[in-house]
Design a protein. Sequence first.
Length: 483
Amino acid sequence: MAKDLRTFLDKVRQMQAAGGSFKEAGIVDVKRPMSWDLEVPTLQQKLAKGLRHRKIDPGEARHPAIFCHKIEGSKIPLVTNLLGSWEMHGASLGLEPSQWNEKGLTSEYKKRLAKPVPTVTVDASKAPVKEVILKGDDVDLGLLPILRHATLNSGRYITVGCMVCMDPDTGIPNAGIYRHEVKGKNLLGAMINPKHHGDYIAHRYAQLGKPMEVIIYDGHHPAVVTAACVNGPVELNEYEVAGAYLGEPLEVIKAETVNIPVPARSEIIIEGVIDNPREMVTDGPFSEGGGYYGRGEKPCYLIRVTAITMRKDAIYHDLDPCSREHGTTGGSSRTMDVFNAVKEVVPTVKAVRSTGPVVFVSIEKRAEGEGKWAALAAMTRSYNAAFVIVVDDDVDVFDDKRLWWAIGSRVVPDQNIDMITRVTGHHLSPVAYNEAREPLVEGGPMQTRVIIDATKPLHIPFSTAIEPAWDLYNSMKVEDYIT
């Protein structure tokens, strides 16, 4: 059977029943009715904090997928935090538990990304997303258990639906995860950051004087969701990336009202049209991934929904935008994109770690100045990073203690720290202001970025770092000494 959300959930439940290796993930079931207004993300936040005897206990913190069987006002169940841990990423790729970490997963995603897999078109009898088809007056977004996630949010948002549009020049589908506020029974906002390919494609349609057809797929195997986060060239076909991540071709079928292939084994498909720039609406305030609310209302595109198709027993996938899942869903994809950008200018790059506002890069330094070259390259592909830190290859970028050691012992602040002002930033950044605390906007927010070159100088004496006796270290088995 082809992979989808259900096959993944079944696999995780079987692993749990067999006493699998999940320490913080797995699936928890909520049988009581839950409100669409704040209750689901609040439960997720409580689990992430860890609670014991009414006190916060970090040792009890967990990030499981939460399956809500009943959301008030809808007949459709909901799953959230599906990708809130590296363990679930590892399980989705079929990896051994030893690889269920950011380092192992980044390596695996990178390997699979190099081998895209073309899609296969299936017939309607093999497309469960066509079991229910709603068009015309039957279209009603109120049927879906769409949540309001935070107290100051302006409304209910689809947060992890993957929007697909077709590049009018190449005919290649482009997928990305944007946020969509419900504006009516058949109306959705579409907040697409100017740096995303979806916005470039929307502007191209506007130049041509044509409306842009779109679909949003919600509820699929985690590999198909993470594929939509890959930041490659605009010509990259995320459907083929999904096949690479799945390890099998993504099954697609033609949409009902727009000329776009849709993932046939999705839970829910929303079809519609963006008429840019003739129809625009506003978006926000919204609880952004950076941990702050966005600054008031912002203009965004409007989607007129023309059809909704779904399984007869569909499952809705939600994502709390200020949760850990926001960062982990596309974290490995962003890391790979930065790695490839750095490799073009510094071929000896060893590793990259992207944490959102901070990016760490390790290189085998061969010439003075390479640290800054690497940082500049990383900055061009990580548009929301306020800090880029480059270290030598003897520093593991996934080891926080080692990173701080390198920064503290190898950086001469007046020589190795540079600030680049008035760089296009990210709309999530709360620091993208001028001195008068007014937003700096020139086609997007502007901010200052910081480069820290924490690499050792090559041509002057530098103290030797203390290392273990590696032969003994590698041959030593702790169990031979300590029982």
